[in-house]
Design a protein around this ligand. Structure first.
Ligand SMILES: NC(=O)c1ccc[n+]([C@@H]2O[C@H](COP(=O)([O-])OP(=O)(O)OC[C@H]3O[C@@H](n4cnc5c(N)ncnc54)[C@H](O)[C@@H]3O)[C@@H](O)[C@H]2O)c1
Length: 355
């Protein structure tokens, strides 16, 4: 019997890798062919657990013809180079968030993928949550009317030990601050639901991680092109860590997601499907509030399967690089604003100074 599952390789065998590997194993559409990492011990452990081939460098893995796509799971500042190498080897790419450290890098990745004729998608798996998809559909259908507020609250906890686990986790240039690392997902959700963003005013500081040269907290006002306003309040200093909240308030209705669960869904004009929408998601599913490994892999599976479908059918990935670029631009503007202590209007200029 022929195996028409899409063959994938993982680059990076660190913390997030087992979540990708579990998602691949659980899916009937994908097959984990190999894993590569410069850390031999991590590769050997993951390859043994998931019965796949171990490689100790990217180029060796790229030479394997069974691999059609590579999931890039290296530290943030290393995504750019890996994506370009994978694309030049003719492999499709699914890159973890943030896609890269600058818009220039994103544009180079995009050009490399188009030139090679390969697809690139971004792992911003929170977009795939049913509660978020319900809000997105209601916005597109005009149910909210004018949107007044779009807010994200991420009151999480990470210990000092988390920042000491690997050198890149405490390095600003590697993209380790809370804004670009953890909060990227929820800034992305605001951008996806209510964006694009036109202006930001951010304040960043370190509340609880002495000796770590990063912001562990960001407070931001957002203006959206649509005229909506919003706030982002994100921190890894707030023990014990509580579920994220995404709040959308329009002239005709309000939706609030807590973790992955629809908490509030109220419109002036009720529709028959509303009761079912109110039951979407579950408070039993962990979404990262209390620790880096406090996660399920279901959302990852949705994005990975979508990528496999795009490869098989010639379609586009559900989270294209261009839409993640908008979120990165908003994040870069937040860092600029915090540094300048003044509002920053998009498009971003002088991005090379951010890090
Ligand atoms: N989508 C999510 O919810 C989510 C959650 C956590 C992390 N992430 C993202 O996943 C990526 C990895 O994060 P992590 O927490 O697993 O980091 P990690 O440090 O635990 O793992 C990264 C791995 O990459 C390896 N590596 C570094 N340079 C390499 C190279 N040149 N070639 C091969 N391997 C190399 C390291 O040895 C390490 O094992 C980051 O981009 C992060 O933002 C996403």
């Amino acid at each position: 019997m022929s195996d028409d599952r899409v063959g994938l390789g993982l680059l990076g065998a660190g913390l997030i890798a087992p979540f990708h590997a579990r998602a691949l194993r659980a899916s009937g559409k994908t097959r984990l062919v190999a894993v590569a990492d410069t850390n031999r011990e991590r590769v050997d452990r993951l390859a043994a657990e998931f019965s796949c081939a171990p490689y100790y460098g990217l180029d060796e893995m790229l030479a394997n013809p069974e691999i059609q796509a590579v999931n890039i799971l290296t530290p943030n500042h290393l995504h750019h180079e890996a994506v370009i190498r994978a694309a030049r080897a003719g492999k499709h790419v699914l890159v973890e968030k943030p896609p890269a450290m600058s818009l220039r890098e994103v544009d180079e990745m995009s050009a490399a993928c188009s030139q090679a004729g390969v697809k690139i998608g971004v792992m911003l798996q929170c977009r795939s949550r049913q509660s978020i998809q319900a809000i997105r559909a209601a916005i597109l259908a005009g149910r909210f009317g004018r949107i007044y507020h779009a807010d994200a609250y991420m009151k999480w906890f990470r210990s000092v030990d988390y920042y000491r686990m690997d050198a890149w986790r405490a390095s600003r240039r590697s993209g380790a601050g809370v804004t670009v690392q953890q909060a990227f997902h929820y800034i992305d959700l605001l951008q996806y639901l209510a964006g694009p963003v036109s202006k930001v005013q951010a304040r960043m500081n370190n509340l609880a991680h002495a000796g770590v040269e990063l912001e562990d907290t960001v407070l931001t006002f957002l203006d959206f092109e649509s005229g909506a306003q919003g706030v982002v309040q994100a921190s890894t200093a707030l023990w014990p860590g509580t579920d994220i909240r995404i709040e959308i308030n329009g002239e005709q209705g309000t939706a609030i997601v807590v973790g992955e669960r629809m908490d509030t869904w109220k419109f002036r004009e009720e529709r028959p499907e509303d009761d079912e929408i109110r039951r979407l998601g579950s408070s039993a599913v962990s979404t990262g509030a209390t620790g880096a490994a406090d996660l399920g892999y279901h959302d990852h599976q949705v994005v990975i399967e979508d990528m496999a479908d795009a490869i098989r059918t010639g379609g586009n990935p559900m989270i294209p690089l261009e839409s993640a670029r908008l979120t990165l631009e908003c994040v870069l503007a937040m860092y600029q604003s915090a540094k300048l202590r003044s509002p920053v209007t998009l498009p971003v200029r002088d991005e090379e100074d951010v890090w």
